[in-house]
Design a binder for this molecule. Structure first.
Ligand code: ADP
Ligand code: MG
Length: 225
């Protein structure tokens, strides 16, 4: 479970998040909906420690993340797929997937175990495993980014606008994968950001709206227009 408590974040001297609070309970998929520039990416970057908090605190399973460095946060079970998928072009898909576990110095047996679990969930990644990151299509890259986040996401999975730029068929396939993730990892707390949430109907338990750096509860129907 992740709790965000009254956080304030400023970027380049401007307050972007004002006193934001929300929780991501285990086993639920929450969608964070907001227009471009509303503060979705800033929220995820703050959770990952990529931006400092001017106020408030963030807890994962009751542990305060204050003082936990960005590179240490994945070790707490936090998986993050950024908006730009940051594939290493000269690495194979397999090496790209293993990246966070290498950074965290996981033992070989655990790396193999996690990779197997990700391939079982997303068999298309096993088929691609020897391809180099630089040869992937946008849609394939999004899948690898999701798989890579799942390598470490034992507790919390954060996905920043995963559907952006995906062709409809790929977007549907991505949504099906998210549904599988939810079914097969019933304890995971998931946050997906979106500017238009149409595809998320089947996987969403709860929707939050972010506007001008403030968060409120909403429903998909209300936000869907
Ligand atoms: N590097 C930056 N420098 C200045 N302002 C930024 C920067 N990144 C984001 N912002 C500002 O922060 C606000 C929120 O941005 P962001 O979190 O990226 O929104 P979203 O992901 O919802 O589109 C925007 O109004 C944007 O102008
Ligand atoms: Mg964004």
């Amino acid at each position: 479970m992740l709790s965000v408590e009254n956080i304030r974040v400023a970027v380049a001297g401007n307050t972007v998040l004002r006193d934001i609070s929300f929780t991501l309970p285990n086993g639920e998929t929450t969608v964070l909906i907001g227009r471009n520039g509303a503060g979705k990416t800033t929220t995820l970057r703050a959770i990952m420690g990529l931006l400092p908090l001017a106020a408030g605190r963030i807890l994962v399973n009751d542990r305060d993340l204050d003082g936990v460095a960005t590179y240490e946060r994945p070790a707490l079970g936090l998986g993050y797929a950024p908006e730009d998928r940051r594939m290493i072009p000269s690495f194979s898909v397999r090496e790209n997937l293993l990246l966070p576990t290498v950074a965290l110095r996981f033992p070989e047996t655990l790396k193999t175990e996690r990779l197997r679990a990700v391939y079982d969930l997303m068999p298309e990644l096993e088929e691609l495993q020897n391809r180099s990151g630089g040869t992937l299509s946008g849609g394939q890259g999004k899948m690898v980014a999701l798989g890579r986040a799942l390598m470490v996401a034992t507790d919390v999975l954060l996905l920043d606008e995963p559907f952006q730029g995906l062709a409809p068929v790929l977007a549907q396939s991505y949504a099906r994968t998210l549904k599988k993730v939810r079914d097969q990892r019933p304890d995971l707390a998931v946050l997906v950001t979106e500017s238009s949430p149409q595809l998320l109907g089947e996987v969403t338990d709860r929707a939050l709206k972010i506007e001008r750096g403030e968060i409120s509860e909403t429903t998909l129907a209300e936000a869907g227009h």
